[in-house]
Design a protein around this ligand. Structure first.
Ligand SMILES: NC(=O)c1ccc[n+]([C@@H]2O[C@H](COP(=O)([O-])OP(=O)(O)OC[C@H]3O[C@@H](n4cnc5c(N)ncnc54)[C@H](OP(=O)(O)O)[C@@H]3O)[C@@H](O)[C@H]2O)c1
Length: 324
């Protein structure tokens, strides 16, 4: 079983390689100097699509850790499908993830390839958790999703570049899913009580990635996503200068709380908490890679909960999760 890691020289790419210790791993990227010393590697640029397909033909699965996905992600998806190699990525970009479903599902199914975008510490556990919550309700009227950063660690420079490449998305807040379709309608929620909080925090529409996946496997009247208003404003105002001031390799103390409030014939709240954003993302991607390499999922572009057993995978991540 060979697992390729594209973008292995990046902050999260290196953490993923660490988590895959003991497996046969092939590191891929554009720059030999950045890959040297990290393991067995091959230099292949995204502007060499035929060679990338040739390299991937020898691998069971490729995990994509490039940044930003908006600019560079699709080249690896196309090569994986052409090579017949299963694919997972770290993307947290709502537009990119939606595009992968819309453009590549049929080609992936025809090729017998499983493609799972958004295997990270945010949208990934929430997608799995909401499918578990949904299984406990007869009818769902509304799902409100929210993320809160709780640790001192800053975002990585790669995440900052990703925010900049998706600036329009973060300025508009992205999509909601209502009445059976994706629209740019406003959100209904203006304040939310986060777990452990004393009073509700002001929130605003936030382009969380799981908006692009949850409506594909959960039937709900309305699905929307929000973030704390001051954090949403920071994402909407990011500049190249801010991005360059971010650390390339942030520390392991980036805490997070992820909330899914689901209302229907009952009101249930799903919560995921974690202590290390990038470490958890790497653990999720390594777990998904092993499962995809073992042929765990059907072909096509799949949401996390369509590809994997939700409870089984949630229990392997470095997070705590609950439903109340
Ligand atoms: N919860 C979440 O949503 C979540 C969590 C973790 C990470 N992520 C996402 O994962 C991505 C990676 O983050 P990171 O901090 O690890 O970024 P990073 O350190 O900047 O790494 C980016 C990687 O992409 C490679 N790359 C960039 N442009 C390329 C190009 N044109 N051709 C080939 N390779 C290219 C870089 O190669 P070089 O080394 O040669 O420059 C590097 O290996 C970001 O989009 C981030 O937002 C999301």
């Amino acid at each position: 079983m060979t697992i390729a890691v594209y973008g292995a020289s990046g902050h999260t790419g290196k953490l993923v390689v660490d988590r895959l210790r003991g497996e046969d791993v092939l590191l891929l990227g554009r720059n030999a100097e950045r890959l040297r010393g990290l393991g067995s590697f091959e230099v292949v640029g995204l502007d060499e699509p035929d060679r990338l397909v040739d390299v991937l033909r020898g691998c069971d699965v490729v995990v994509n850790c490039v940044a930003p996905f908006e600019l560079h992600g699709e080249a690896v998806v196309r090569a994986a499908i052409a090579a017949g190699t299963h694919y997972a990525d770290l993307a947290g970009e709502q537009s990119y993830i939606g595009r992968i479903f819309d453009r590549y599902d049929e080609a992936a199914r025809d090729a017998g390839v499983t493609v799972v975008p958004m295997v990270n510490d945010g949208g990934f556990p929430v997608d799995l958790l909401v499918s578990v919550v949904a299984g406990r309700l007869e009818r769902i009227d509304e799902i409100v999703l929210a993320h809160r950063f709780t640790g001192p660690t800053a975002l990585s420079r790669g995440s900052g570049r990703t925010g900049l490449a998706n600036l329009d998305l973060f300025r508009t807040g992205g999509l909601v899913h209502t009445g059976g379709r994706f629209t740019d309608a406003p959100v209904r929620t203006s304040s939310l009580l986060f777990p452990g909080g004393d009073e509700p925090s002001p929130v605003a529409k936030f382009a969380l990635p799981e908006i692009a996946t949850i409506p594909r496997h959960v039937t709900a009247g309305h699905v929307e996503a929000v973030g704390e208003a001051d954090v949403v404003a920071l994402f909407a105002a990011v500049t190249p200068e801010v991005v360059e001031s971010l650390p390339e390799n942030p520390g392991p103390d980036g805490g997070f709380v992820l909330v899914a409030d689901v209302t229907g014939d009952q009101r249930l709240r799903g919560v995921v908490t974690g202590q290390d954003t990038y470490g958890t993302a790497a653990a999720a991607l390594a777990e998904a890679a092993r499962r995809l390499a073992a042929g765990a999922a059907k072909p096509g572009v799949l949401a996390p909960a369509q590809a994997f057993d939700p409870v089984d995978v949630l229990d392997t991540l470095d997070v705590t999760w609950s439903i109340s």
